[in-house]
Design a protein around this ligand. Structure first.
Ligand code: GLV
Ligand code: MG
Length: 319
């Protein structure tokens, strides 16, 4: 290992991130009772300009009055972009009035590390000024050509927990030819999003962040959602957005390590402990060589499985 290391900033279960427009409070109750791990209440693109202010009020009220945490929900709010005049009030009003109930702020269209820095500074000032003890983490949406060009530098920003890949805006920003949000264009021989997701995941892991894949627009095709989610999971993403309630269970399933994989990971750790006790660095399991790198991969699986199990137990207790 390098002498420079960035530990995971925070372990949270984030298999599914449900997008809920702040302008539609009728959807809040169902979202809270859903199986989504993380919910982001949206102030940005799902909310029309005339609805921005009432949506902010809806979100503040819902964070304060609804028992999201008792339902095991990690709560995020997607603020408006730094290029809009709504953004500063989103941060000021939501954090001042509901900061104790908020886990994360999702910053859209991040282009440079200073975009994160500005929100970090605002949140720090408001928390101090208002005596808000609750820590609030930051998430950045990488969804512009500028954001992807700077993704390594953005990932190093303080207080960030997650990078999300926003495929819809990314396609628009890059002028990629898409057929469906997050889907594949048959003119391309393979996965046209591979390079972008891959680059974002590497940047995340270098700095201890979670990597989350964004939306898949065709909610009438669970098969294609699952294929997209699996492609992201293989590359190292921890979860994916759900833009429709039907996608929550699919995401939770794809991003939960299967029991056979968890079992094998635990057996790898035991076999290597036994080998170490005999002074050996490598061992064999089921006819395959395993060594310290296998232990690191196995530990990743076990950490995720343990976190999911702990979340399940906490949810069962609350119910
Ligand atoms: C999400 O915001 C996206 O643009 O895909
Ligand atoms: Mg977007």
């Amino acid at each position: 290992m390098s002498f420079t290391q960035f530990k995971p900033v925070k372990t949270r279960v984030q298999r599914s991130t449900l997008a809920v427009p702040g302008s539609n409070p009728a959807m809040f109750e169902k979202a809270m009772k859903s199986d989504a791990d993380v919910i982001f209440l949206d102030l940005e693109d799902a909310v029309a300009p005339n609805d921005k202010v009432p949506a902010r009020e809806n979100i503040i009220k819902a964070l304060n009055e609804m028992p999201w945490r008792e339902h095991g929900k990690t709560m995020s709010v997607r603020i408006n972009g730094l290029d809009t005049h709504w953004m500063y009030r989103d941060v000021v009003d939501v954090v001042e009035q509901a900061g104790e109930k908020l886990d994360l702020i999702l910053i859209p269209k991040v282009g440079v590390p200073a975009d994160v820095y500005m929100v970090e500074a605002m949140v720090a000032q408001i928390r101090e000024g208002k005596g808000i003890a609750n820590p609030i983490g930051l998430e950045a949406l990488i969804e512009t050509a500028l954001g992807m060009a700077n993704v390594e530098a953005i990932a190093a920003a303080r207080n960030l927990e997650t990078l999300h890949f926003g495929v819809a805006d990314f396609a628009a920003s890059r002028r990629s030819r898409t057929v469906v949000i997050g889907g594949l264009n048959p003119d391309y021989p393979g996965d046209q999003w591979h390079a972008a997701i891959d680059r974002m995941v590497t940047s995340c892991r270098a700095y201890g962040l979670r990597a989350v894949d964004g939306p898949f627009g065709d909610f009438s095709s669970p098969e294609d959602f699952v294929k997209a989610a699996k492609r992201a999971a293989v590359l190292g993403c921890e979860g994916k957005w759900a833009i429709h309630p039907s996608q929550i269970a699919l995401a939770n399933d794809v991003f939960s390590p299967p029991p056979a994989e968890v079992d094998r990971a635990r057996r790898i750790l035991v076999a290597l402990e036994e080998a170490a006790a005999q002074g050996k660095g490598a061992a064999s399991l089921d006819g395959r060589m395993i060594d310290a790198a296998s232990a690191r991969m196995a530990q990743n699986v076990v950490t995720v499985a343990d976190a999911i199990e702990a979340k399940g137990k906490a949810g069962a207790k609350a119910a």
